[in-house]
Ligand binder design. Structure first.
Ligand code: HEC
Length: 120
């Protein structure tokens, strides 16, 4: 009788642990957003190296070779600057809405594009 009581007293603890274990993995996908994947989905077709890519062509004209026309070669763009351009758009680059690029994806892609930006 005593033993049975002890076991039933443990039940809520076991249940809680089980619940925690089943909820924990659900938090992971948000942290696993790949900036590279977001870039390939939304940016690369305009910003790849070579002629005929609207982003690269436009940045070639804008900076006249003083800065790299290829976005991923830039080291002067902070993650904040990239995020600002993505949400507001510029010339033929459309603004990206949160239904297209979520805030988590924006943070990931901005860090990816700004990977050469000096870290503080
Ligand atoms: C439809 C083509 C297109 C797509 C898609 C696109 N861009 Fe652009 N982007 C442009 C063009 C064109 C410019 C240059 C405008 C100019 O000359 O000022 C530009 C400019 C930028 C700039 C500003 C650079 C500067 O120094 O002025 C950033 C940052 C940028 N794009 C990031 C991105 C990111 C990140 C994505 C993906 C989320 C993306 N772009 C998707 C066309 C595009």
């Amino acid at each position: 009788m005593k033993r049975a009581l002890k076991l039933s007293a443990l039940a809520p603890v076991v249940l809680a642990a089980g619940l925690f274990a089943s909820f924990a993995p659900a938090a992971e996908p948000a942290q696993q957003v790949s900036g590279e994947a977001v870039y390939k989905r939304w940016c690369t077709h305009c910003h790849s190296p070579g002629r005929g890519n609207p982003g690269t062509d436009s940045l070639q004209v804008k900076y006249g070779g003083k800065l790299p026309a290829v976005l991923l070669e830039r080291s002067d763009l902070s993650p904040q600057a990239v995020a600002q351009f993505v949400r507001t758009g510029v010339l033929s680059m459309p603004p990206f809405r949160k239904t297209e690029v979520t805030d988590a994806e924006l943070a990931a892609v901005s860090a990816y594009v700004a990977q050469k930006f000096p870290k503080p």
